[in-house]
Structures are given as structure tokens and as C-alpha cells.
Design a protein around this ligand. Structure first.
Ligand code: TYD
Length: 191
């Protein structure tokens, strides 16, 4: 099973990934953790490029889209391998990030056609004002107008693709409890 957490920058996604993994492990479930961009050479290049003030420009975004897709293709083998070992894969972002951040054009979907579709997507939904106050301000995507658009695209996609939408404005533990409840239902576990 492949589970992905999505959300705008500052939505608290990475902390919730950590808490979810710790809980699954405590329940005796073997977990394989992944994140995008990955720590491959392509992923490191992406993280560098995200610090560039032009990162939201059109051609820069196209270049990033290609790099994100390339970084992702390498990751797919690792996910398949973990699933074969019956591990639950928990991912911080997946190809849906490219659809919303690099903006849904057909060719973006096309270059991501090798990406596996997660079985469950949890969308950490939060208003961009609160999210931005939690950001470190080091990346060019941490901009209020940009995040407003990204949130709208996420919510549109959530309807089409049946994401589980979690209110990420609540406190850490409440958000974690909400995620646990969703996951327990999906995995047939008691909490
Ligand atoms: P992330 O590591 O989740 O952010 P943080 O450093 O705050 O934990 O992701 C880094 C940035 O990359 C984030 O702004 C979203 C962006 N991104 C895309 O634009 N497209 C993608 O396909 C992915 C995976 C991430």
C-alpha cells in the first residue's frame, strides 16, 4: 500500500508524516518512508533551484517539472520493491504536487505517466496565511499569492481524485488523531 501526504508549504505535512510513521510502527506495521524531491542528484538539484527567486517563472517551472518527473521515476522502483515486501509506503508528496505546483498542463500529466498512483492521499488543508507564517522563507514557493493558487488547485483535485481532506489548522495532536482515524478505517485497524 502506498500512502501520500500532500499540502501547501507550511501545512505541517512533514511533521504529520513522521507522526503517522511512528504510530504505524508502534502498531507493528513495517513502513518504508519516502519524500519528494528525493535525495538523489536530481532531487538535490531541485532543492537548489527552489531557492532561486525566479522559481515561479514560467520557464523555470517547466524546467522544474521535468526534473521533478525525472526524480520521481527513479523513486518508483524503490516503492515497488517495498510494496513487494509488504511494507506500507508513506510518502511526503507525490506526482500530484507536480500537477498543482507546475500547473496541470497536459504535458505535465504525460511526463508523470510512469508515476504510481497512491492508494490513499491525505490532503493537509490549511489557509495560506497561517501556512506562510510557519514557513522559513527560504524557498521561492513560500509566497502568499502563489500558495493561494496552489491551495485552490489542491482542493479541485481533491474532489476529482477522492483525497481525504484533513483540517491542518488544528493542533498537531488533533490532526494526528484525524489521520489515525482515517488510516485505521482504511487499514481495518482499531485505535
Ligand atoms: P517539500 O520538501 O515538501 O517542502 P519543505 O522543504 O517545506 O518540506 O517540497 C519542496 C518544494 O517543492 C515545495 O515548495 C513543493 C515543491 N514541489 C513542486 O513544486 N513540485 C513537485 O512535484 C514536488 C514533489 C514538490
Amino acid at each position: 500500500m502506498y500512502i501520500c501526504l500532500e499540502g501547501i508549504d507550511g501545512s505541517g505535512k512533514s511533521t504529520q508524516v513522521e507522526m503517522l510513521i511512528n504510530w504505524l510502527k508502534k502498531c507493528g506495521i513495517e513502513v518504508f518512508r519516502v519524500f519528494e524531491p528525493t535525495d538523489s542528484p536530481a532531487g538535490r538539484l531541485i532543492r537548489n533551484m527552489l531557492r532561486n527567486p525566479n522559481a515561479t517563472n514560467e520557464n523555470f517551472q517547466k524546467t522544474l517539472a521535468l526534473l521533478f518527473a525525472a526524480d520521481r521515476i527513479i523513486l518508483m522502483d524503490k516503492i515497488t520493491e517495498a510494496e513487494k515486501k509488504s511494507k506500507i509506503v508513506v510518502s511526503d508528496r507525490c506526482f500530484y504536487s507536480s500537477l498543482v505546483y507546475q500547473n496541470g498542463a497536459d504535458w505535465i500529466a504525460e511526463i508523470n505517466k510512469f508515476a504510481k498512483k497512491p492508494d490513499i492521499v491525505l490532503l493537509m488543508d490549511i489557509d495560506p496565511e497561517t501556512a506562510i507564517s510557519r514557513c522559513e522563507g527560504k524557498d521561492s514557493f513560500e509566497d502568499i499569492d502563489f500558495l493561494i493558487k496552489i491551495r485552490e488547485r489542491y482542493l479541485d483535485l481533491a474532489e476529482k481524485e477522492d483525497f481525504m481532506v484533513v483540517n491542518a489548522k488544528n493542533g498537531l495532536n488533533k490532526v494526528h488523531d484525524d489521520i489515525k482515524r482515517v488510516m485505521a478505517r482504511k487499514l481495518g485497524m482499531c485505535i
